[in-house]
Design a protein around this ligand. Structure first.
Ligand SMILES: [Zn+2]
Length: 858
């Protein structure tokens, strides 16, 4: 559990005390098979179901309890005899019959339900084809939404086989986890029976029906891989995903030592989809932007994103689907692993991408930033209420930090031993459920190392250490302490820290408070080489000066350079280093040519923006710094793409062009405006398109322009272009255009609900739109709540505002508005951490702004 800190909210404490632990229905009934028949009445937005569940009532049970939510139950029989049912709290329904005894039973339930637009359970996904409105029907069951489609023991441990029969409209494609066994037309229905699934958890069942086209390929072992999209999407946009998906299955077959267990692997792009993608076994569903790549315009960054999403979901076919966590508190067994495997796989498939650099500039940063806020949850977190399950899917913790911890373990054990341990784990636990200890024992057996000792603290404790290192009298002195960027009550926590250092005399693990070793003459002191461990280093000024010299003389790798700069950003956030020290450090990066390092230079400039927002002079100084840094690379690369140039240069141009535009360099602005005026938006190069649209809108974005661009946004079927347009449109400084955008945020004809949170964060990031966006949020909260309360994006609304606000008045507004909502389990933690995060930033800016102003204006 997270230790409550000094100023932990009394609301949260109260809430924790009264909260009931969610009960496990597998203790009442253990299903072995579901025979599920569903009649999908699309025109009437409803469905009917008959489910027959075979299973065992254990000796300790006296009634059967199932999960069912918003299902209108019409009849229940147990072993063919009528039974009674009553609804209970926590989505439970209790089935009883006077003579019911433990043992095997067959439960049959008839029910009906409505199809709603909320993007979980069973929901429609809308699109327009050749002027006609159309819809698909799709499912999203993770984490606990299967209960909205059929009564079930909706818990990961309750694995069973599924026989699904769908009655849908003729003329449509019907897909589920398994291939079709039989398909006939009967009484106006298309009746599709699917082959029996392997034993699996309810949250992995899925189906999609509608108008879809596909491209197919076979893996080396003969698994059929299909990529599907609506007819609006061009066939060529399926090719990239098909290639990556097929090669990934080949790779994992070999890497995991257990072949992909199903006969086919479908990948479907859905127009409406709440998260990025979902790993349903054999039927992976995606947002269109996470699967489809236009060969002409999709940027390299977008292709890399698509590749990591596909490898993530495919790794789940083993991690999560074949072997599943016993309960949601071990969600990291799914998500941390899948996040690590994204990079392991993409590095093997596309070695030229240097994807581990992207890992360090994405996952590492996400994890280090969020995990430094007091009160954040650990990777392994208890779950007490069904609504809390969704909140565990925290990108920074269970995904990014968890992946970093596993990467740390992989390097500590050695990559071969780690892989051997995983193979052992899959062999012993296939089609079963596991907890952390099962994995540790497989990895320990393969490596001979004490895995549990290293990992238990890291998983169960939130936060991470800053290791301070200084040199004194030929000695090196190390000290570790928990690192915070928010108010906190202090911490005595220690970690076993793999130091990953080539410095002579340093141990492999640093697990004490302090350490003193003889300092070898002349060696460069650098810790955490490879960014393998989850800590940051605070070098004393003399050691830091030596590292900065090493950067200038080209002795450090791009990863070292990236890491050092980001660590300094973190140290300034924690007020361990003064904020103005970033400015001097940045000047040392003027000769930098690596795109990933440049993304951190850009991040560091962004970090300084909050100090200068209210000082035009200091802001001018920061803009000048951005231009001074970026000019050399901008002049080398120019503002237009060059055929056959290296991909790194193409990505780097985006970053340095962006910095030149931020710095309001007249020639750069002219280049962007000219590019906008001389090309159709569709033809602008993907890597530069958001910058070009933003630059135009920033300088010429009146109401007419913005309204026309929003119409282009509405009309296009390209999710890539929509993202670029959203970035561009929200760059407007025109107050009437800002009001117009806010008026349209909840207009689902203009902006799909799945994209609302994205528009909201873009608007909040704009200083011109921030205040009116906040007031839009507070006045429309009831609508937002109604649309998203059951959705994983619900806590994005308090989370995003907390990530942006840095003024005392914003803190007061935030607290006043959100604190009363802390009794909602889906929001409690996010709001509690959000308040701390803003408090930390407000005090940081108050303390550091004067020195930053001085450094930028001298
Ligand atoms: Zn995942």
């Amino acid at each position: 559990m997270v230790k409550p800190s000094q100023d932990a909210s009394s609301c949260a404490d109260m809430y924790n005390r009264v909260m009931h632990k969610v009960s496990r229905l597998i203790n009442y009934f253990i299903p072995t098979n579901y025979d599920l028949n569903l009649w999908l009445d699309q025109p009437n937005k409803s469905f009917r179901g008959i489910v027959t569940i075979t299973g065992v009532m254990p000796e300790s049970a006296f009634e059967i309890r199932l999960h069912a939510k918003d299902l209108n139950i019409e009849s229940v029989t147990i072993d063919g005899k009528t039974a009674d049912w009553t609804a209970d709290i926590n989505d439970e329904v209790v089935l009883t019959r006077s003579d019911l005894k433990p043992g095997e039973h067959v439960v049959t339930i008839k029910y009906a339900a409505a199809i709603t637009d909320a993007m979980h359970g069973l929901y429609p996904s809308y699109f327009e084809h050749e002027g006609q409105p159309k819809q698909l029907l799709a499912t999203q069951f993770e984490s606990h939404h299967a209960r909205e489609v059929f009564p079930s023991v909706d818990e990961p441990e309750a694995k069973a086989t599924f026989d699904l029969r769908l009655y849908s409209q003729p003329g449509q494609v019907a897909l589920s986890n398994m291939p079709i066994e039989k398909q006939v037309e009967e009484d106006g229905w298309l009746v599709t029976s699917f082959q029996t699934t392997p034993k699996m958890s309810t949250y992995l069942l899925a189906f999609v029906v509608g108008d879809l086209h596909k491209k197919s390929r076979l893996t080396k072992s003969g698994v059929e891989v299909n990529v599907w999209a609506t007819p609006v999407q061009r066939p060529a946009s399926l090719d990239f995903a098909l290639d990556i998906a097929t090669r990934t299955i080949d790779l994992f077959d070999e890497y995991f030592g257990v072949a992909y267990p199903l006969p086919k692997s479908d990948h479907v792009a859905l127009p409406d989809f709440s998260s990025g993608a979902m790993e349903n076994w054999g039927l992976i569903t995606y947002r269109e932007i996470a699967l489809l790549a236009d060969p002409a315009t999709t940027s390299i960054s977008s292709k890399q994103y698509i590749a990591t999403v596909i490898t993530h979901e495919l790794s789940h076919q083993w991690f999560g689907n074949l072997v599943t966590m016993k309960w949601w508190d071990s969600l990291w067994l799914n998500e941390s692993f899948a996040t690590l495997m994204e990079y392991v796989a993409v590095d093997a498939l596309e070695p030229d991408w240097n994807i581990w650099l992207e890992y360090s500039s994405n996952e590492s940063i996400l994890a280090l930033q969020r995990d430094a806020i007091a009160g954040v949850q650990p990777v392994q977190t208890d779950v007490n209420h069904p609504d809390e399950i969704s909140t565990l899917f925290d990108g920074a913790i269970v995904y990014a930090k968890g992946a970093r911890l596993l990467r740390m373990l992989q390097q500590y054990l050695g990559e071969d031993q780690f892989q051997a341990g995983l193979r052992r784990y899959f062999e012993s636990h296939a089609y079963q459920n596991t907890e952390a200890e099962d994995l540790w024992s497989a990895l320990a057996a393969a490596s001979g190392k004490d895995v549990s000792h290293l990992m238990s603290v890291w998983l169960s404790q939130s936060g991470y250490p800053v290791v301070s290192v200084r040199s004194e009298d030929n000695k090196l002195l190390l000290d570790q302490a928990q690192f915070f960027t928010s108010p906190n009550s202090g911490s005595q926590q220690l970690w076993p820290v793999p130091l990953n250092s080539a410095v002579t005399g340093l141990p492999e693990l640093f697990d004490t408070k302090e350490l003193i070793v003889d300092r070898p003459e002349g060696e460069l002191v650098k810790l955490n080489t490879g960014d393998y461990s989850h800590f940051i280093t605070n070098y004393s000024p003399d050691l830091l000066a030596k590292l900065t010299e090493a950067i200038k003389s080209g002795q450090l790798t791009p990863l070292d350079r990236l890491q050092l700069l980001h660590e300094q950003v973190m140290l300034t956030r924690g007020q361990t280093a003064p904020a103005d020290s970033l400015i001097e450090l940045l000047k040392g990066y003027v000769n930098e040519d690596n795109h990933a390092v440049w993304s951190i230079i850009s991040l560091a400039i962004g970090e300084l923006k909050k100090y200068v927002e209210d000082s035009p002079e200091a802001e001018a100084g920061l803009k000048q710094l951005a231009v001074d840094l970026a000019r050399q690379q901008y002049e080398r690369l120019g503002s237009a793409e060059v055929a056959d140039e290296p991909e790194d240069d193409r990505k780097l141009r985006g970053t340095v062009f962006g910095l030149m535009l931020y710095g309001e360099d007249p020639a750069a602005i002219k280049a962007a405006v000219d590019a906008y005026q001389n090309n159709s938006i569709e033809d602008l190069p993907g890597e530069l398109r958001p910058l070009i649209i933003s630059a135009y809108v920033r300088h010429h974005g009146d109401l007419a322009t913005v309204s026309q661009l929003l119409e282009t946004y509405r009309a296009t079927a390209s999710a890539d272009l929509q993202t670029d347009l959203a970035i561009g449109i929200t760059s407007t400084r025109d107050s009437s255009a800002i009001e117009f955008i806010l008026k349209n945020l909840l207009n689902t004809d203009a902006i799909r609900p799945q994209d609302l949170a994205r528009w909201y964060i873009y608007m909040l990031r704009s200083r011109y739109a921030r205040a009116s966006t906040w007031s839009w949020l507070t006045s429309n909260w009831s609508e937002i709540r109604a649309a998203f309360a059951g959705d994983k994006s619900y806590d994005d609304y308090p989370r995003y505002a907390a990530g942006v606000f840095f003024k005392a008045e914003d803190l007061a507004n935030y607290t006043k508005f959100f604190k009363p909502m802390m009794s909602e389990p889906a929001l409690t933690r996010t709001i509690e951490i959000g308040i701390k995060e803003i408090e930390g930033r407000v005090s940081l800016v108050e303390a550091q702004a004067p020195a930053v102003h001085e450094a930028l204006t001298k």
